[in-house]
Design a protein around this ligand. Structure first.
Ligand code: ZN
Length: 342
């Protein structure tokens, strides 16, 4: 009341000098910039300001209000805590050619339920859902496998994650899921013992490779490995591509531990091996060439029978008739071959 009376009873300029607070409502005179800043939002709502100046004044404020508003974290981001993975968020990527993505993270390590960390080497740039699925896979499915090898999982060998490229690096091919930060290529699992378990090496324990195959095909919509298309013989490709009717692709042949290619020549027959049946078919010829002395007619029969019996005992599964035929087949070309071989 007092202020009001004073304000009414004296000239405006005088009142401003005498009474610093509260600041008078903006009248004809424009306010200094500092005052505007100091007054801030408190003065803005009354919107009694003239139309000219305030337009410039509120535009940057609005821009500021719009800019710093970070996108609310996705449900995935909220769920991917540091108890599950070390995966800081990174800025959206908008590369040419439609590459990039939003809700991206840099997956540096996966935290196992026991607190141990599995490094992702190098760190993978992935969309949050892909990173989360990968983390759950390692925590739930892969870590126990390492335990079965009497070791612990130390690292995941990341061969490739985000990369703006066509499928299989083929020019002009459809954009790879790698270009959408929705895929990762993995070569192997590194154990704390120092051992590297390659997922595509026949020498790696087959049971491990089978288990990994099963688990990734359960989780990811695309799994490509050896035997798929020739581009994935040394790594496994995983992604979360969305397809019509939720079509999933699981193409990974877990090779046998031993080479599937037959050796070029059969192993040489040991000298101590009993004579083959085919050899026994023409004993007179061999005996003649070796020892020209006449065969003992009485013992000829048992001598022939003995090796045959021995061979039958050694190979009980194969019927003698079939063996004879097969060996006869083998022998036939061999007779023609010597001239070619030498
Ligand atoms: Zn790939």
């Amino acid at each position: 009341m007092l202020i009001a009376l004073v304000a009414l009873g004296s000239p405006t300029a005088q009142a401003r000098d005498r009474i610093p607070l509260p600041k008078p409502r903006p009248a004809a005179a424009p306010q200094p910039v500092e005052d505007r800043a100091a007054a801030g939002a408190e003065q803005r709502p009354d919107s009694a300001e003239p139309a000219g100046e305030p337009a410039q004044q509120s535009a940057p404020a609005q821009a500021e209000a719009a800019k710093p508003q970070p996108k609310p974290p996705s449900a995935c981001r909220l769920a991917l805590t540091e108890q599950i993975a070390i995966a800081p968020s990174i800025a959206d990527i908008n590369d040419p050619g439609g590459c990039g993505g939003t809700d991206l993270v840099r997956l540096e390590a996966i935290v196992l339920p026991d607190g141990n960390r599995v490094a992702v080497t190098p760190a993978a740039i992935l969309r949050c859902p892909m990173a989360a699925e990968l983390a759950e896979w390692v925590r739930t499915d892969v870590a126990p496998l390492a335990t079965s090898l009497e070791s612990r999982l130390a690292a995941l060998d990341n061969f490739d994650s985000y990369e703006c490229r066509g499928r299989n690096r083929v020019r002009g091919a459809k954009l790879s899921e790698h270009g959408k930060a929705n895929a990762i290529d993995i070569r192997g699992l590194k154990l704390t013992s120092g051992r590297m378990v390659s997922l595509t090496d026949r020498a790696s324990p087959r049971a491990i490779r089978e288990s990994v195959r099963q688990s990734v095909c359960d989780r990811f919509s695309t799994v490509l490995g050896p035997g798929s298309d020739g581009y994935h013989e040394d790594h496994i490709h995983l992604d979360l591509a969305q397809r019509r009717r939720d079509y999933r692709m699981c193409q990974w042949d877990v090779w046998e531990p031993l080479p599937q290619i037959a050796p070029l020549f059969p192993a040489p027959r040991p000298d101590e091996a009993p004579p083959r049946e085919v050899a026994a078919d023409r004993p007179p010829e061999r005996e003649r060439s070796r020892e020209p002395e006449p065969a003992q007619p009485g013992q000829a029969e048992p001598e022939q029978a003995q090796p045959e019996q021995a061979e039958q005992a050694a190979q009980p599964a194969s019927p003698p008739v079939a063996t004879k035929k097969a060996k006869a087949k083998l022998r036939k070309p061999r007779d023609d071959r010597p001239s070619e071989r030498r």
